[in-house]
Design a protein. Structure first.
Length: 243
């Protein structure tokens, strides 16, 4: 068994050969077998992506579809400015109790609808986290020093060449039969930085899902209190709402 290290993207090539010989009188029959294992790395374009955890995570999910055919991998719902828009909507519902009811009612209703929509978006994120990233993040991981890119693609080629030959005294050698077969295996490898990017997207989605649920509860609770005060006018209410 021998090994050769290459400096290009072909990685490391291992090969080995063996010969078996049987003799009967002056006739020899032999079998020679050669095996090769070739590891090749394929380049990717992750360096061209924006430095955004959602964009990169969606890219990793798309790449994983080529290797995880048995799983239905979905991407995050995402658009540029999603986080900014979400926190802007969240800030608009906080001062609802401080405005008069005539303004607060439509404001609270609009806020509840917005928070409901955001809850639906981040519910989809929770689905991606539990069903897609749980599978994607099980792929091999190496250190940043071993692999510079966040994700890389590798191909292992297994090749086997087998030949049967006949050798007779003073008659030379003759090849009777050859058999060659090969198969390849492709897979994806992440480095530690790539795993951190996916974990960051997970943490953001969980945080915004919780905030959207709290915002929806906040709007509905305020509307419920206002309805209660309208039905029970003798109940205690803030001087701000006195007519």
């Amino acid at each position: 068994m021998a090994a050769q290290t290459r400096g290009d993207n072909s990685g490391v090539l291992f090969h080995g050969a063996g010969v078996q010989v049987a003799q009967c009188g002056n006739v020899q029959v032999g079998r020679a077998v050669e095996e090769q294992v070739n590891l090749r790395r394929c380049d990717n374009n992750d360096h061209l992506l924006m430095n955004n955890s959602y964009i990169r995570t969606n890219y990793f999910i798309r790449c994983s579809r080529e290797f995880l055919h048995k799983h239905k991998l979905r991407q995050f719902i995402y658009f540029r400015g999603l986080i900014f828009c979400f926190f802007l909507c969240t800030l608009t519902v906080i001062p609802i109790p401080l405005v008069p009811p005539k303004i607060g009612y439509p404001w609270g209703a609009a806020g509840a609808v917005l928070m409901l929509l955001w809850s639906v978006v981040f519910t989809q994120h929770m689905n991606v986290i539990t069903r897609t990233l749980r599978v994607v993040m099980k792929q091999p991981t190496v250190s940043d020093a071993t692999q510079k890119s966040m994700n890389a693609f590798y191909e292992i080629t297994l090749a086997r060449l087998e030949g049967v030959f006949l050798q007779a005294k003073n008659q030379g050698m003759g090849l009777l039969k050859t058999n060659e077969n090969s198969q390849s295996i492709q897979f994806q490898v992440f480095n530690e930085k790539g795993m951190k990017v996916m974990k960051k997207a997970i943490q953001r989605s969980i945080s915004m899902f919780v905030i959207s649920c709290l915002g929806l509860t906040w709007c509905l609770a305020w509307i419920g209190v206002q309805v209660y005060w309208e039905v029970n006018p003798k109940g205690h209410r803030s001087p701000l709402y006195n007519k």
